[in-house]
Design a protein around this ligand. Structure first.
Ligand code: AMP
Length: 282
């Protein structure tokens, strides 16, 4: 496994691979790697000669300084984990200076409204930060294929839009959500849950599954009201939002159509830890 901390070291390695026509996969991460990340990396390794895994906690996508500060960072254990996985991994673990080349600020993007829904409403500037760092990483790595988890479905849709709008020559692949045995979506933030928070958290996916069942028979508004009531009755979990949206536009559903694909999206606080999840409905 090769580890680079600066793009100057990464470039000749990637240029050499390209000159040999080796296909290059890319998995951008913020580290604190778990089985969800590994499922993306494994898919990348299966489909490409080499996979670049970036490990970078991007400051510009955090609207909350304490969330950024508390975000788990375990580069040594991340490297150990990747080492056991494959020799065909190239890790890029840069500093903010190496990525941003100057002022650490976001570009402003227009993602045709995708950025204004859900996470965009509750985390101001989040998707400008995501767009900025991913665009920059694509310029540095120039991958053939990049893998993104459906765990962050809105992010996945926004990256698809970014690539389309800026004509970036990379194929974007969405990967299924990897869950713990009790259904909780794997997340780096789960590490910070207390035992009682961890015990309570599977309720999020249980509720999503129940909402999916109800959506077969009831309107989106009725299902939403039911989910909101379920969380009002819960001691340990505070609902930030639950929305049933059109997968293409991410706009909240007002009237169901059999021609469209829908997904339910949720954000929940477990103490001060914010978890998100989603489920395909049809
Ligand atoms: P993060 O390190 O949280 O920024 O995530 C890096 C990538 O891994 C993103 O594309 C995420 O959507 C993806 N990812 C995170 N958790 C999961 C999961 N439980 N299942 C599938 N993909 C995930």
């Amino acid at each position: 496994m090769i580890i680079c901390h600066i793009k100057k070291d990464l470039r000749p390695i990637l240029d050499d691979l390209r000159s040999k026509n080796k296909s290059l996969g890319f998995v951008p991460t913020m580290g604190a790697l778990h089985k969800g990340h590994l499922s993306l990396i494994k898919q990348g390794l299966h489909e490409n000669s080499k996979v670049v895994v970036s490990v970078f906690v991007n400051p510009t996508q955090f609207d909350n300084a304490s969330d950024l500060e508390k975000y788990p960072r375990n580069l040594d254990s991340d490297l150990q984990l990747l080492e056991t996985l494959s020799d065909d991994i190239i890790v890029y673990a840069p500093s903010a200076e190496d990525i941003y080349d100057g002022a650490i600020i976001s570009e402003n993007f227009d993602f045709d409204g995708l950025e204004n829904q859900m996470e965009g409403k509750f985390r101001k500037g989040h998707f400008d930060g995501v767009g900025t760092v991913v665009k920059r990483l694509f310029e540095i790595v120039k991958p053939d294929v990049a893998y993104f988890g459906e765990k962050d479905f809105q992010q996945l849709r926004i990256i698809q839009k970014l690539v389309e709008k800026y004509d970036i020559p990379v194929k974007i692949k969405g990967c299924e959500i990897f869950r713990a045995d009790d259904g909780l979506a794997m997340s780096s933030r789960n590490e910070r849950l207390t035992q009682s928070g961890r015990d309570a958290a599977p309720f999020i996916y249980q509720t999503l599954k129940a909402a999916k069942k109800r959506f077969g028979m009831e309107s989106a508004q009725k299902v939403t009201a039911w989910v909101e009531k379920e969380f009002k009755n819960h001691d340990a979990l505070v609902l930030e939002y639950f929305t049933i949206a059109d997968e293409a536009t991410l706009e909240t559903v007002t009237k169901k159509s059999s021609l469209k694909s829908y997904r339910a999206f949720i954000a929940v606080f477990v103490g001060d830890i914010r978890l998100i999840d989603n489920i395909a409905l049809n």
